[in-house]
Design a protein. Structure first.
Length: 138
């Protein structure tokens, strides 16, 4: 395992809906954690055709997935619509430059996410304080 993965695995965090969570908040967290999300858009740009960028929000506050070329891991916490994700660790395989660029954009933006929403169509939007977003669907 690389140092980044080892460090990521050593981090600990628990997903929470906060002490004053409503049933709507709980339902939203349940939807967030209900399966793997396939990334469709990173900061306004579509993903490269047939590239695999996925996110899986585990119930114990662990985020895992595929960043386009490498596996990623991070920890996250949820309180209402607020989502905080630790800086992601990744494996260190080399891929074509376009995939590596897409991966870097995804990993960088994940660490800046401050909130999330899931609309009626099942679209997940992860948004940073600056308004940049990651869009994913199941």
């Amino acid at each position: 395992m690389t140092a980044a993965i080892t460090a990521g695995l050593m981090l600990s965090a628990c997903a929470t809906t906060g002490s004053g969570s409503s049933s709507a908040d709980t339902a939203s967290v349940t939807a967030l954690q209900a399966g793997e999300w396939r990334v469709e858009n990173i900061a306004g740009a579509g993903v490269i055709d047939n590239s695999l960028a996925t996110l899986l929000f585990g119930p114990e506050g662990r985020l895992s997935g595929n960043a386009s070329c490498n596996r990623l891991i991070a920890n996250y916490t949820v309180e209402g619509s607020r989502l905080t994700i630790s800086p992601a660790g990744t494996t260190m395989m080399a891929c074509p430059p376009a995939l590596m660029d897409q991966e870097r954009k995804l990993v960088d933006l994940i660490g800046m996410v401050t909130r999330y929403s899931i609309d009626r169509t099942g679209k997940l939007t992860l948004t940073s304080a600056s308004g940049k977003s990651i869009v994913a669907r199941r």
